[in-house]
Design a protein around this ligand. Structure first.
Ligand code: PGA
Length: 249
C-alpha cells in the first residue's frame, strides 16, 4: 500500500504565537493512524516547529530551498541550513513560486538536485492553468512540468519524491477539481512514471492532490484510487479543519 500523506502549506501565514498555538492544537488532536502528517511553516519558525513536534508524529517541512549550496544569495536558504535544524522535507515547484518568483523548470531541476544531494525528501508541485484546461492542454502541461524536472533522475532517487498535482485554477479559489478530474490526472501521472521507469516505482510514488481541499470535500477526493492524500493551503491554518482532512484519508 502506498503511504498516505496530508501536508499543510502554511504559506506566508502565522506569526510565532500562532505557529505555536496551531502546532500544539494539532498535537492534541489524537491519533492520525498511518497517515503521514506534515506541516510547512515559514522559514523563521522551522526550528521552533521541529522542537515542538519532537516525539510527535507531526513532521515539519520547508516551503522552498535555494538551488545553490552556499554563497552570496541575500535572503535565501540552503539545504544544509534546513538539514541543520532538522528539516528533511521541502516543497518545491509550488505555483505561487513559479508565478510570483519566476521559478522555471530549469531552476526547479537544480533545486531538486540540490535537495536530493542533501538527502532531503521533495514534495514536487505542478499543475495546469485554467486556460490550459479550457483548451484541453492540461495533460501536456503536466507531462512537461514533470518530465522537465524529474525525468533525468535515477530510479533510486524516487524514494525521496512525492508528487503534488495542484491545478492552479483550484488553489485558494474555493473551486476544486472534481474527484473524477483528480483521479483522471493522477492515473495519467502514474502512467507517465510507469512508462519512464517501471510499474513498481510508479505504484510506490505517493501523488497528492492540492487546491481548495476542505473538510467537506476531502473524503470524496481521497477515496479515489490514485489520490494518496493532499497538499492543503487555507484549511491547514485551522487545527480542526486540518485534522478532519487528515482523518479523511
Ligand atoms: P488551498 O492551497 O488549499 O488554499 O487551495 C493549496 C496549495 O496552495 O497548496
Amino acid at each position: 500500500m502506498r503511504t498516505k500523506i496530508v501536508a499543510g502549506n502554511w504559506k506566508m501565514n502565522n506569526d510565532q504565537t500562532e505557529t505555536i498555538t496551531l502546532i500544539e492544537s494539532l498535537k492534541n488532536q489524537g491519533n492520525f493512524g498511518s497517515t503521514r502528517v506534515i506541516v510547512a511553516p515559514s522559514y523563521v519558525h522551522l526550528s521552533q516547529a521541529v522542537y515542538l513536534t519532537t516525539n510527535s508524529v507531526i513532521e515539519v517541512a520547508a516551503q522552498n530551498v535555494h538551488e545553490s549550496t552556499s554563497g552570496a544569495y541575500t535572503g535565501e536558504v540552503s539545504p544544509a541550513m534546513l538539514c541543520s535544524v532538522g528539516i528533511q522535507t521541502v516543497i518545491l515547484g509550488h505555483s505561487e513560486r513559479r508565478a510570483h518568483f519566476g521559478e522555471s523548470d530549469v531552476t526547479l531541476a537544480k533545486k531538486v538536485i540540490n535537495a536530493l544531494d542533501h538527502d532531503m525528501e521533495i514534495i514536487f508541485c505542478f499543475g495546469e492553468e485554467l486556460e490550459d484546461r479550457k483548451f484541453d492542454n492540461h495533460f501536456n502541461v503536466v507531462k512537461s512540468q514533470i518530465s522537465n524536472v524529474l525525468f533525468e533522475l535515477r530510479a533510486s532517487a524516487w524514494s525521496k519524491i512525492v508528487l503534488a498535482y495542484e491545478p492552479v485554477w483550484a488553489i485558494g479559489s474555493g473551486e476544486t477539481a472534481s474527484p473524477e478530474q483528480a483521479q483522471e490526472m493522477h492515473a495519467f501521472i502514474r502512467n507517465l512514471v510507469r512508462d519512464k521507469y517501471d510499474a513498481d516505482l510508479a505504484e510506490k510514488v505517493s501523488i497528492l492532490y492540492g487546491g481548495s481541499v476542505k473538510p467537506a470535500n476531502a473524503q470524496e477526493i481521497f477515496s479515489k484510487q490514485d489520490v494518496d492524500g493532499g497538499l492543503i493551503g487555507g484549511a491547514a491554518l485551522s487545527a480542526a479543519d486540518f485534522t478532519t482532512i487528515i482523518k479523511s484519508t
